[in-house]
Design a protein around this ligand. Structure first.
Ligand SMILES: Cc1cc2nc3c(=O)[nH]c(=O)nc-3n(C[C@H](O)[C@H](O)[C@H](O)COP(=O)(O)O)c2cc1C
Length: 237
């Protein structure tokens, strides 16, 4: 491993019920103790990093929790700009990530609701963070990260991600998963990823509608890139 990341952002009920993930954000001292214990155990072999949300039920302890990660020895902090109770509901509060960042000297990475180049720019501007982390959008559009990088480097926009590009990623993913998992599980995984790709993309949604009832993996993979004529049947009237 090149680093060890502690996730204090997990909102899952099961995890929180056992006092893990975002549950610890109610007590910054415990965040501190956890990061410190891991940093001491690693003894500098690899960096320890952390990820937090802005709080559990509210943002009152956001800065204190962030400071606790730094004091405990975290080398970098990702801040997901929502509280645990906000779940994945938009908006992510990028300006709050900026407030937190002002109190820290370690690098802070902004996370939450960055779906487009424009979102990236807004998140960067409001948070003041140089780096961002993509969650669901990296699944929805696997080319968003390269698009951001290209824009950073050249100021130019890469072309939009096409369905053929998405389909090729799904093919590659299925081929890898197929080496270890039964076909029916791979069918379900491919559909789950396809469902993520539908977010904000009408073309992927159209393909999802076309493919969602297929249960045979070879049929599904064979149909990912359909002929133009078969696709026409799914065009909105
Ligand atoms: C299905 C799913 C699984 C996730 N698993 C993890 C995880 O294991 N560790 C982690 O730090 N964050 C995890 N996250 C949270 C994301 O890293 C990210 O903080 C969150 O999705 C908000 O960013 P987004 O709006 O770009 O999706 C997960 C999110 C989702 C939707």
């Amino acid at each position: 491993a090149i680093s060890l990341d502690l996730n204090f952002g997990c909102p899952a009920k099961l995890v929180n019920r056992h006092d893990g993930g975002a549950s610890l954000l109610r007590q910054p001292d415990r965040v501190y103790q956890a990061v410190k214990a891991v940093a001491e155990a690693l003894d500098g072999a690899i960096p320890v990093t952390a990820k937090i949300r802005l709080g559990f039920a509210n943002r009152r302890l956001a800065v204190a929790c962030a400071q606790a990660t730094e004091a405990g020895g975290a080398a970098r902090l990702v801040v997901h700009g929502r509280t645990r109770d906000e779940g994945y509901r938009p908006p992510a509060h990028w300006e709050w990530i900026g407030k937190v960042r002002h109190h820290l000297s370690i690098p802070v990475v902004a996370n939450g609701d960055i779906w487009t180049l424009e979102d990236y720019w807004k998140a960067r501007t409001l948070s003041g963070c140089c780096d961002v982390m993509l969650g669901r959008s990296a699944l929805a559009d696997p080319w968003l990260a390269p698009r951001i990088r290209y824009w950073q480097q050249t100021g130019e926009r890469l072309a939009e991600t096409t369905w053929e590009m998405r389909a090729s990623v799904l093919q590659e993913y299925a081929a890898l998963q197929r080496q270890h998992l039964p076909d029916r599980v791979v069918v379900s995984l491919v559909k789950q990823w396809l469902a993520q790709m539908r977010q904000g993309n009408a073309e992927a949604d159209q393909h999802f509608q076309r493919l969602k009832r297929l249960t045979d993996l070879d049929a599904l993979l064979g149909s990912l890139t359909p002929s133009a004529s078969s696709l026409a049947a799914y065009e909105p009237a």
